[in-house]
Design a protein. Structure first.
Length: 138
């Protein structure tokens, strides 16, 4: 299993909207960055992803899992980009803010800190565990 972080602007697609899609999940459409797209191409069904509210909030708010591998994104008229589909798994008991991640000495290597504009990025297992603990889940 692999671990990831996926960013969404809550005004566009929020955690609450994701939860409402249930186990069928929803396509993570609209990604137009090649590095983020390549990261989604590596995702497997069952991989877990942090759901991150970007822009104003900058919080990890929950966990989603990949329920459908990379497939065409119907919102991309160029047909260059695809998407994965994800379903909500669990909300964090406490949101984990970007400032907490930046201040944690074992998390400052993450792409979330180093490449702040990247919308889909890998997370190593040790960092996953630390962030889950900060969010109040095991």
């Amino acid at each position: 299993m692999n671990y990831w972080l996926m960013k969404s602007e809550p005004e566009t697609w929020s955690w609450e909207q994701q939860v409402k899609t249930g186990s069928k999940g929803e396509g993570w459409d609209g990604v137009r960055n090649y590095q983020a797209s390549n990261n989604m191409k590596k995702m497997e069904v069952g991989d877990l992803c942090f759901f991150y509210h970007s822009v104003k909030e900058r919080d990890i708010v929950g966990i989603v899992k990949v329920v459908k591998k990379y497939h065409p994104d119907p919102t991309d008229k160029s047909k260059r980009f695809g998407m994965v589909s994800v379903a909500a798994v669990k909300a964090f008991k406490s949101k984990v803010n970007l400032s907490q991640i930046k201040e944690h000495p074992k998390l400052n290597h993450l792409a979330l800190v180093k490449q702040s504009r990247l919308s889909v990025m890998p997370i190593d297992k040790k960092s996953w565990t630390i962030i889950c603990n900060l969010g109040g889940i095991k």
